[in-house]
Design a protein around this ligand. Structure first.
Ligand code: TYD
Length: 255
C-alpha cells in the first residue's frame, strides 16, 4: 500500500510529513520518550496527544501576543499543520532557576534562583550530545549570524516571560526550557520564528506548592507516571485532551 504521505524526517519524539501546500509540514507527536540522548526509550500512551495539545496552547498564545511561531493549526489529536522553516541548528535554552546540566556544571543546588534569566546555546548534533557552545563558535562556524543571535535572544526572552507568567498563573514554576528557532521567507524577507514544540518534554516545570516535578525529569529520574504529570499540567491549563483522562479510580466489581 502506498504511504499516505511523504515522511520528511523522523526524530525521537516527532515525525514530520510533507504538508498539503508548499511551505507547510505536518508535525506528528509520537508517544515515545527518550532520555540520555536516546539511550533510554519508552512509550507512554497518550503523551503525544498531551504534548500536541500543550504545544498548540503555548504556540497560539505566543502568536496572539505577537511572538511569531511556525504553528498554523491543529489537524487532529496528535498532528499539527506548521510552516516549513529552515531550522537554526541550535537548542536555545532559557533558565530561570538552576537545574540539570547547569546545576552540575556550577555545583549549584537544583532550584537556586538565577540573578536573571540566562540564555544559552547548544549545537544540535546528536552524535556529539548537543554540546554547549559560546556565541563566538556559532558566528565563526556560520550556524547563525550575530544579528540572528541578538534576535534569537530577544525571542527567547519574550517566550520566557509569556511562559513564566502563564505557568505561574496555574501554580507552576518555569525552571528552564528549550526552544528551536527557524527562519522563514516571506517575499524574500527573512524572519525568525519559534519552531518545533513547547511541552513538558523540553521544559522543567515544578509545582510551586509541593515542588513536584511535572516534566520529563519524571521519566529521567523514575519519579512516577509521566503521562499523569503531563496531564496535570494540561488539566491546570484547562486543555486536557478528550479521551486521555486517566483511570485513577479502580474499576468497580459488579456482582
Ligand atoms: P539541560 O539542563 O541543559 O540538560 P539536561 O536535561 O540534559 O540536564 O536542559 C535545560 C532544559 O532544556 C531542560 O528543560 C531540557 C531542555 N533541553 C531539551 O529539551 N533538549 C535538549 O537537547 C537540551 C540540551 C535541553
Amino acid at each position: 500500500m502506498a504511504p499516505r504521505r511523504k515522511k520528511i524526517y523522523e526524530g525521537k519524539a516527532k515525525i514530520l510529513y510533507e504538508g498539503p501546500e508548499p511551505g507547510t509540514l505536518i508535525q506528528y507527536f509520537k508517544d515515545d520518550a527518550t532520555a540520555g540522548n536516546g539511550q533510554r526509550k519508552e512509550v507512554f500512551e497518550g503523551k503525544g496527544a498531551l504534548n500536541s495539545r500543550l504545544s498548540e496552547f503555548f504556540m497560539t498564545g505566543l502568536n496572539a501576543i505577537g511572538v511569531p511561531t511556525h504553528f498554523i493549526r491543529t489537524l487532529n489529536m496528535r498532528e499539527q499543520l506548521v510552516r516549513q522553516v529552515e531550522i537554526i541548528p541550535l537548542e536555545v535554552i532559557v533558565r530561570n532557576y538552576a537545574a540539570g546540566s547547569m546545576a552540575r556544571r556550577l555545583g549549584l543546588d537544583e532550584g537556586t534562583q538565577l540573578p536573571r534569566p540566562i540564555v544559552e546555546f547548544c549545537y544540535k548534533a546528536d552524535k556529539l550530545g548537543d554540546p554547549l557552545v559560546p556565541e563566538e563558535y556559532i558566528v565563526a562556524f556560520g550556524w547563525a549570524s550575530q544579528q540572528d543571535l541578538d534576535d534569537i535572544v530577544s525571542l527567547a526572552l519574550r517566550v520566557n516571560d509569556f511562559l513564566s507568567g502563564v505557568m505561574h498563573g496555574v501554580g507552576i514554576r518555569l525552571i528552564d526550557f528549550k526552544i528551536e528557532v527557524g527562519r522563514i521567507w516571506d517575499n524574500d524577507f527573512p524572519s525568525l520564528v519559534v519552531a518545533d514544540e513547547i511541552s513538558p518534554d523540553s521544559a522543567r516545570l515544578w509545582d510551586i506548592a509541593t515542588g513536584r516535578k511535572l516534566d520529563k525529569d519524571v521519566f529521567r529520574q523514575n519519579l512516577g507516571s509521566l503521562t499523569d504529570a503531563y496531564a496535570e499540567v494540561a488539566r491546570r491549563l484547562g486543555v486536557l485532551p478528550q479521551g486521555t483522562t486517566h483511570h485513577r479510580i479502580k474499576p468497580t466489581l459488579i456482582n
